[in-house]
Design a protein. Structure first.
Length: 287
């Protein structure tokens, strides 16, 4: 079954409503490396450890009101076994509360046919709103590389232009050691894909062991940006975009290299590979 461009562009992805609270916020913070230093009061605010200072880590927006694996539905026409997560981005319009009820709608914003044997790109966007007021809290952007779906006769553009990094040494570095069992608790953020959990499935997919979730790697990079560019003030966290370029094994160390203009990339120290490239961060103006 091939992709029908018009059908997929207008594909109705059901609205998701979700209530969440301190336990969800704390779990997410812990699952992306916050709290590893039990004496760092700034980070402890994001894992529910302080009664008088509780905050939501901005990157939790990527998992709130998640629409599920809708591309696996047969009527999309997509070969779901061959798709991979290509890029991720998010914009925080307001500081996320520690608890509340949200609604979100995800929609397809573009499809690019790269040609027979070259795959396709699918761009989608999720808008998260307060269920009571309708206020827009966050927008999350996703690029999915459909490796098995090129040549369906769709448009060849426009293709998102990657951000170019400065050709000099970064101004800051921030290391996030991941833990060997990190994927086992990141999955509790509603992502139980066995590729990240079951060694047998990982080997069938060509990996020597389970790999870390891409959004966990993205969350670790967001932690670095929150620390370096915002001094752990979530109110200053505006937008973040990056391109996934290599998988991460749990237990490896992620070094996020940051330039003062907001450019960043995340390197896997043990293998000297870039896990997230072409990154760009923007601060949010004080409200």
């Amino acid at each position: 079954m091939a992709i029908d461009y018009d059908h997929l562009m207008s594909f109705d992805i059901p609205e998701v409503r979700q209530s969440y609270g301190l336990a969800d916020v704390a779990l997410f913070g812990l699952s992306v490396g916050l709290g590893q230093d039990p004496m760092d009061m700034r980070a402890l605010a994001y894992v529910g450890a302080l009664d008088d200072d509780r905050r939501a880590m901005p990157a939790i927006a990527n998992i709130l009101c998640h629409p599920g694996f809708w591309l696996a539905r047969p009527e999309t026409g997509v070969d779901a076994l061959k798709l991979v997560h290509g890029e991720q981005g998010m914009t925080l319009h307001q500081t996320l509360p520690v608890e509340g009820t949200l609604v979100a709608k995800t929609r397809v914003t573009g499809i690019v046919d790269k040609g027979e044997g070259r795959g396709a790109l699918l761009y989608s966007e999720k808008e998260i709103r307060d269920a009571g007021t309708g206020a827009l809290l966050a927008t999350c952007r996703n690029t999915t590389f459909l490796r098995g779906d090129g040549g369906f006769g769709g448009p060849s553009g426009p293709v998102k232009t990657p951000h170019s990094l400065p050709e000099r040494a970064p101004d800051h570095v921030f290391d996030t050691p991941t833990r060997p069992e990190q994927a086992l608790y990141y999955r509790l953020n509603a992502d139980p894909n066995p590729l990240h959990l079951d060694p047998r499935i990982a080997r069938q997919a060509g990996f020597e062991r389970p790999i870390l979730h891409g959004l966990c790697t993205f969350g670790c990079a967001a932690h670095a940006l929150l620390a370096v560019m915002c001094d752990y003030d979530a109110g200053r966290f505006g937008a973040m975009d990056g391109r996934f370029t290599a998988f991460v094994y749990p237990g490896e160390t992620l070094r996020t290299e940051i330039w003062n203009d907001g450019s960043f990339r995340t390197r896997i120290l043990e293998r000297d590979k870039i896990a997230i490239g072409n990154g760009l961060f923007k601060r949010r103006e004080a409200q």
